[in-house]
Design a protein around this ligand. Structure first.
Ligand code: HEC
Length: 185
């Protein structure tokens, strides 16, 4: 009988320890906080992993002004930080690397979604909804002249966007190398 009481007491104590967390330091994350940071799985170049939702260029312009313009310039031309919109398309040997941007250097539009959702806005990544990310991606692609803005961006349309820089990934027939003109340090 005494034994039984002891087991019950031990069980109760371990349950209490478990409930308080293994090391009893820190504060458990709320479900909302977990959602904000849990952005896996990554989106593959072909669009596998893109979530539901969609956004238009007009919606994206609003998202951009509110969350991106302070660092990347009023319309993506660059400011405190890197430019997102660039000319000419595509880049050549003469183009300075500060002018590399989405329209002339990024080979896949899907990466823009993945990167933005994962890392931007720089100080508060994760605050945009998936539809807001689609919208701001639609806006940036349109600003770069990559799309005509007539279609909203979503899991079907985004992987179909042909990026001008895609050809940069092809091997140079002469040297069988990528970026044959680029001198690496
Ligand atoms: C507080 C400043 C800040 C804000 C706001 C911000 N960014 Fe950025 N962004 C940065 C910095 C800094 C980098 C470079 C990060 C690095 O190289 O690691 C960057 C890089 C990028 C790049 C990669 C550019 C390239 O070609 O390498 C993209 C795309 C981008 N940001 C999109 C966005 C979008 C979209 C928003 C709004 C939703 C946004 N950013 C808001 C600071 C910011």
């Amino acid at each position: 009988m005494r034994h039984q009481w002891l087991s019950v007491a031990v069980l109760a104590l371990s349950a209490l320890v478990l409930a308080q967390g293994r090391y009893q330091i820190g504060t458990p994350l709320t479900e909302q906080e977990v959602q904000q940071w849990n952005i896996r799985p990554s989106i593959l170049a072909n669009g596998v992993g893109l979530p539901p939702g969609q956004g238009t260029v007009d919606e994206g312009a609003k998202v951009y002004t509110a969350h991106c313009a302070s660092c990347h310039g009023a319309t993506g031309e660059g400011g405190a930080f890197t430019r997102l919109v660039s000319e000419p398309f595509p880049i050549t040997l003469e183009v300075d690397s500060v002018d590399f941007a989405v329209g002339n250097y990024w080979p896949y539009a899907t990466t823009l979604f993945d990167y933005t959702r994962r890392a931007m806005p720089f100080a508060t990544p994760g605050i945009l909804s998936d539809s807001e990310v689609y919208a701001v991606v639609a806006y940036i692609l349109y600003q770069n002249g990559v799309t005509d803005g007539s279609e909203p961006m979503n899991a079907q349309t985004l992987p179909r966007v042909q990026m001008p820089a895609r050809t940069l990934l092809q091997l140079d027939p002469g040297t069988q190398k990528r970026f044959p003109w680029l001198k690496l340090p």
